[in-house]
Design a protein around this ligand. Structure first.
Ligand SMILES: NC(=O)c1ccc[n+]([C@@H]2O[C@H](COP(=O)([O-])OP(=O)(O)OC[C@H]3O[C@@H](n4cnc5c(N)ncnc54)[C@H](OP(=O)(O)O)[C@@H]3O)[C@@H](O)[C@H]2O)c1
Length: 219
């Protein structure tokens, strides 16, 4: 597939490299067409990798990953252009972490809203699926580095889009358990896992951990 990865940070680079390794053509998007990190990534990732503006990448991709900061995702996606997102699955990995007052970060949106919902509201023709935001970048594409069962969550309004994302998560990235929480409003819950996630990271002194839900016998 032709895939857009919006974001030149560690998440964009990790997802982008994995997708190239799987044989997909990946364009990384940034605010500028000459972003040094995106250029370096494309140079290293091989001939299937390229980079450009957010709009260049979104226009290129049949499928779009949002790997930008949660506080600036709407700005980045506006630069990508609604017309370049319409009808496409938009996998949103962002978290609304606000580090402006130091550590621990606060959430810039929470309780009765989420970045996932903000994106879906502003881009109603995109099929937003929120997932992967509750695990570290390395784990996203390498879940088996943690022993035992551990879980990933997924939120979105479009059943077909979620079926495709489940396939990507399980068959491409190796996830065994993907819990479909429901519509995009359920992204509030996974974004609001971040306050406990950052404290666990501090406790463990490592980001390589995950949540595992012990279900009732009836579920
Ligand atoms: N790091 C992890 O392991 C991890 C795990 C789970 C979820 N996440 C979430 O994944 C997302 C990406 O994280 P990250 O650490 O890879 O990267 P990041 O530093 O949070 O975001 C990098 C991207 O944000 C863009 N950006 C920055 N300011 C902007 C602005 N004012 N307007 C538009 N775009 C702007 C940058 O554009 P340029 O390319 O132009 O610089 C860059 O592409 C975040 O929302 C994070 O919370 C991260």
């Amino acid at each position: 597939m032709k895939i857009a990865v919006l974001g030149s940070g560690v998440v964009g680079q990790t997802i982008g490299t994995k997708l190239v390794e799987l044989g997909h053509d990946v364009k990384m998007g940034s605010r500028t067409a000459t972003n040094a990190k995106a250029a370096e990534w494309a140079g290293k990732a091989g001939t299937r990798a390229s980079h450009g503006t957010f709009a260049d990448a979104a226009a290129f991709g049949e499928l779009v990953f949002n790997c930008t900061g949660g506080m600036v995702s709407l700005d980045a996606l506006r630069m990508a252009g609604a017309q370049n997102l319409a009808g496409k699955i938009l996998i949103d990995i962002s978290n609304p972490l606000d580090f402006s007052k130091g550590f621990p970060p606060t959430l810039s949106v929470c309780n009765d809203d989420s970045v996932g919902e903000q994106i879906q509201r502003e881009f109603p023709d995109a099929k937003v699926v929120k997932t992967l935001n509750t695990v570290n970048a390395i784990l996203m594409i390498n879940p088996s580095i943690l022993p035992g069962e551990h879980d990933l969550f997924m939120s979105g309004n479009d059943a077909d889009a979620k079926a495709m994302v489940r396939k990507i998560l399980t068959e491409w990235f190796g996830w065994k358990i993907v819990i479909d929480l429901g519509d995009i409003t359920t992204a509030r819950g996974t974004e609001q896992l971040l306050p406990i996630w950052v404290r666990l990271m501090g406790l463990f002194k490592s980001p390589q951990f995950n949540f595992h839900i012990v279900r009732p016998a009836t579920a």
